[in-house]
Design a protein around this ligand. Structure first.
Ligand SMILES: Cc1ncc(COP(=O)(O)O)c(C=O)c1O
Length: 415
């Protein structure tokens, strides 16, 4: 990463998020970002604007409707640009779980008896269950297990699982428990050499840097927009050449009009339009830090991603260092963030106290966190952790500051 010594202006960042001034939340250090993030004021403004002046059925010729439709298209177009996709490769659905169930329902037609589908035990269940269900259509389900010593998914292990029958591989770009960033590009190269379709779950990755889906080479990629500073929606990207051949799951007359063919019904209009606010926020973030205005959205996203990653390293490494030193606490995943190898999503459990006890105590220090299995119950089970009590997860994002980290370490010291 080369950023010519430019650092994220954290005061500017926090000034964009009303939650940091709200009486209910302002005194809390927010460590639950992997569950859902705060939204910048641009998103709230776009939502309010839509609800105030264009809350009508879109795409008719009268102005309120015309503008509503134009803004819906604009939101999709901008998000496509931000992740290097085409607008007709983007589908906005209610959640990642819904998007993946709908996708697996479409891909089941590609499955013949005896075909193999690879899932991991590191993923959130949203990218496991829909693929495991292909068993009902004759697929054999193969599990790519992570290494129980360092908690990493090893590509050498994947190589042993792939054969001429493998048709689908569902894998997380970043686990919501382990936090490691998996090398999705290398995984895709390997899979494509064997004609395997790859579905990447970017839910825990995208809040820390929007992906370049073409560079990754992934066939399908999904992330939850409510964790990337937006409303409760999720984005599904699919390569055009695959999308256009999937069966129509929408109304009969929409046949051929991909990507609308994948999801029955359309997206939530007002929330879709509010995504323009995420784009505006990132544009403002770019302009606040960099001079060169004449570069593409994608290049701007690239620079902001670097800026954010450096800040996240700065705020998360002291916590990782601290947890690693505590003999009574077990840190899951990599012990340091070095050059984007890990998200600041930090899970641990104690030898002495339940995760519930720890998270309750942290609340007393105004640290917003929780204990859970976070739906990655196969991951926890494999590690021998009680899936009811789960782990304590401290998930940060770029609007957290070093004061949050210091407050957390002090609180953990007290527990
Ligand atoms: C890694 C990961 N994948 C998938 C999901 C499911 O996302 P959604 O809540 O949008 O269905 C989550 C949600 O927490 C997640 O963390």
């Amino acid at each position: 990463m080369t950023l010519e010594n430019i650092k994220l202006d954290i005061d500017y960042v926090r000034s964009q998020f009303p939650a940091f001034k709200d009486p209910l939340s302002k005194d809390w250090s927010f460590f639950e970002n992997a569950g859902g993030s705060y939204v910048p004021k641009n998103v709230i403004d776009k939502l309010t604007e839509f609800m105030t002046s264009t809350k009508v059925q879109p795409y008719a010729e009268y102005p309120m409707s015309k503008i509503a439709g134009e803004n819906m298209d604009k939101a999709t177009h901008l998000f496509a640009k931000m992740i290097n996709a085409k607008s007709n490769e983007i589908l906005i659905g209610g959640s990642t779980s819904i998007n993946l169930y709908v996708l697996s329902n479409a891909l089941k037609h590609n499955i013949n008896k005896g075909d193999e589908v690879i899932v991991t035990n590191q993923d959130h269940e949203a990218n496991i269950s829909p693929w495991r269900r292909l068993k009902d259509y004759g697929a054999k389900i193969i599990e790519w297990k992570f290494d129980s010593n360092d908690h990493e998914l090893k590509i050498a292990d994947l190589k042993k699982l792939i054969n001429s029958k493998t048709k689908i591989l569902a894998v997380t770009h970043c686990s919501n428990i382990v936090g490691s960033v998996n090398n999705l590009k290398e995984i895709c190269d390997l899979a494509h050499n064997n004609d395997i379709i790859v579905i990447g779950d970017g839910v825990s990755y995208a809040p820390h840097g929007f992906p370049n889906v073409k560079e990754l080479g992934v066939d399908f990629y999904t992330f939850s927009l409510y964790k990337t500073y937006g409303p409760h929606l999720a984005l599904l990207y699919g390569k055009e050449e695959i999308l256009k051949n999937l069966p129509n799951q929408n109304h009969e007359f929409l046949k051929g009009q991909y990507p609308y063919t994948i999801n029955p019904g359309g997206p939530n209009h007002e929330e879709l339009v509010s995504l323009i606010g995420i784009y505006e926020y990132f544009e403002n973030l770019y302009s606040h830090h960099f001079d060169n205005k004449n570069i593409s959205i994608l290049d701007k996203i690239d620079k902001i991603n670097d800026l954010i990653s450096l800040h996240e390293e700065y705020i998360a490494n002291p916590i990782l260092d601290y947890l690693d030193k505590r003999e009574d606490l077990n840190l899951i995943g990599k012990k340091r963030i070095i050059n984007k190898n890990r998200a600041p999503t930090i899970s641990f459990y104690s030898n002495k106290k339940t995760s519930k006890e720890i998270s309750h105590t942290l609340h007393k220090f105004k640290i917003a966190t929780r204990n859970d299995n976070f739906y990655a119950w196969r991951c926890l089970k494999y590690l021998g952790i009680d899936t009811n009590d789960g782990v304590v997860r401290l998930s940060m994002t770029h609007y957290n500051n070093i004061e949050d980290s210091e407050k957390l370490i002090k609180a953990l010291e007290n527990i």
